[in-house]
Design a protein around this ligand. Structure first.
Ligand SMILES: Cc1cc2nc3c(=O)[nH]c(=O)nc-3n(C[C@H](O)[C@H](O)[C@H](O)COP(=O)(O)OP(=O)(O)OC[C@H]3O[C@@H](n4cnc5c(N)ncnc54)[C@H](O)[C@@H]3O)c2cc1C
Length: 443
């Protein structure tokens, strides 16, 4: 009898659960013999490594570092591009919609739910002009294009005799995402275009980085970085209305802007059929200590969509990549145990901390409760990200390509000034990466 393990999503939870299952040579043999099948249903073709978003915006990393084609990292799974809409936990089936709009159904023996979250757009949907949600498919790509075109317009306007006053780029929200984007965007603009625009963060609360309230030293460091870069933060303030020229704020002021970034947080993906498990105030799927959805011992859930009790200490696991990775690993190991006739083991992870980068060398990191900042934090953070990156060789190639291009040594796409590279190697990397860019542009 063939067993089927279905995975929803191509994020961290899925990848690390998949990896644990495929670490077992006996399960890989079963997959090859057709006795076990792994199916990943994801609404995108790529795995997104969101951690590098700020670095990409700042120009420290090439854009392709954020997305890796899923088919290159899950060789033993069948990939289906589609959006899961309904799960029927008592029939062990799910429904999904294909890219072409067809509705299909699949049966599973084990289901891994790693559908994560989406940007909370409630506050942004009425904006009259460009509002960006970086987490959306192609969000980062479109944002960078729009940013460049806007800055070029501002640059052209600078030469006009009746020069207008500087406009703003507005970010709503004052969490990690917002501050990383703001600070890195500042560095990118300063290096490439000069001082053409104000960056303003609108914060409905009265503090930055709510997640770091136990780390006053790191908040102080973030404030220092914002101050140094001339980024203004408006606390206790929200966007109340928008016009074609800009945004009105709750304090009565008006900011002229053509670009608003929505970084007000995320909400879990909704899967019909499992709503009875999401009656908590976060609207997430509640799990047991073994990472099963409550009452369903063949449905596993981890990452941002899951509400998991902290194994040590009080409260729930925070929604970040490290917890998603660790929960994914536990899910994979538990499925392996169950397939071998053993009982599941509890999720045991004490947590490590959280990191951010506000520009090159300007890292901030909490490691086992200890605050670290500056270059040491930046390098430790990069080391961690590299360790967990799903396609390390590809990342090295991408960084190398970006570095050589920045030095003007070679474009690596064929017409090279550098004779040290074998032409066939150059063309190979070039073709591979150019193809990926084309896929993203047309996806
Ligand atoms: C801009 C940004 C920067 C971040 N930086 C950091 C950082 O520096 N450090 C850190 O620890 N965390 C960071 N995070 C948070 C981190 O990315 C998340 O915690 C992590 O991605 C959660 O993993 P996950 O597996 O739950 O979901 P995700 O990685 O979000 O994966 C969800 C997957 O499910 C797919 N999906 C969604 N709905 C459906 C559906 N209905 N059907 C099929 N597929 C579906 C999605 O396309 C995606 O592939 C950042 C997040 C963002 C947005």
């Amino acid at each position: 009898m063939k067993s089927t393990i279905l995975f929803i999503g191509g994020g961290y939870t899925t990848l690390f659960a998949y990896k644990q299952i495929c670490n077992s040579s006996s399960l890989v043999k079963k997959i090859k013999k057709g006795e076990l099948e792994l199916i990943i249903i994801c609404d995108r073709k790529h795995h997104y490594f969101h951690g590098f978003t700020g670095d990409v915006i700042g120009g420290a990393m090439p854009e392709q570092a954020v997305y890796t084609p899923l088919k290159t990292i899950v060789p033993f799974a069948q990939l289906i591009q589609g959006r899961v809409t309904v799960v029927s936990p008592y029939l062990n089936t799910l429904k999904y919609t294909t890219k072409t709009g067809l509705s299909k159904e699949l049966k599973y023996d084990h289901l891994v739910i790693g559908a994560g979250t989406v940007d909370n757009e409630k506050t942004a949907k009425d904006f009259a002009h460009s509002t960006f949600s970086i987490k959306k498919p192609k969000g980062l790509y479109i944002f960078r294009k729009q940013l460049d075109s806007l800055l070029l317009t501002y640059k052209d306007q600078q030469t006009l005799p009746d020069r207008k006053e500087k406009e703003h780029i507005v970010l709503s929200g004052a969490g990690f995402t917002s501050i990383e984007i703001a600070t890195n965007m500042h560095d990118y603009m300063a290096e490439k275009y000069g001082d053409l625009v104000h960056i303003t963060i609108v914060n409905s609360g009265d503090q930055l980085l709510k997640e770091w309230q136990q780390q006053p030293r790191l908040i102080k460091y973030a404030e220092k970085m914002l101050d140094k870069k001339g980024i203004r933060v408006l606390h206790n303030c929200t966007i109340t209305a928008t016009t074609a020229e800009g945004v009105k704020l709750s304090d009565g002021s008006f900011l002229k802007t053509q670009l608003v970034v929505n970084a007000t947080g995320q909400i879990p993906v909704v899967l019909q059929g499992l709503k009875h498990l999401c009656l908590n105030k976060e609207n997430k799927i509640e799990t047991t200590d073994y990472l099963n959805a409550l009452g369903h011992n063949n449905i596993w859930c981890g990452g941002d969509i899951a509400l998991v009790k902290k194994p040590f200490g009080k409260g729930k696991c925070p929604p970040n990549a490290l917890w998603a990775i660790m929960q994914g690993e536990r899910i994979g190991k538990n499925i392996r145990r169950r397939l071998a006739g053993k009982v599941s083991a509890k999720f045991h992870f004490p947590g490590l901390g959280q990191a951010a980068a506000f520009g090159k060398g300007q890292g901030a990191l909490e490691l086992f409760g200890l605050p670290v900042w500056g270059w040491p934090a930046y390098l430790i953070r990069f080391g961690f990200f590299f360790y967990f990156f799903p396609a390390k060789l590809r990342l090295i190639k991408l960084c190398w390509k970006s570095y050589t291009e920045s030095k003007g040594w070679t474009s690596l796409t064929g017409s090279s000034k550098n004779k040290n590279f074998a032409p066939e190697y150059r063309t190979l990397i070039g073709q591979h990466l150019t193809k990926e860019q084309t896929i993203l542009e047309t996806a």
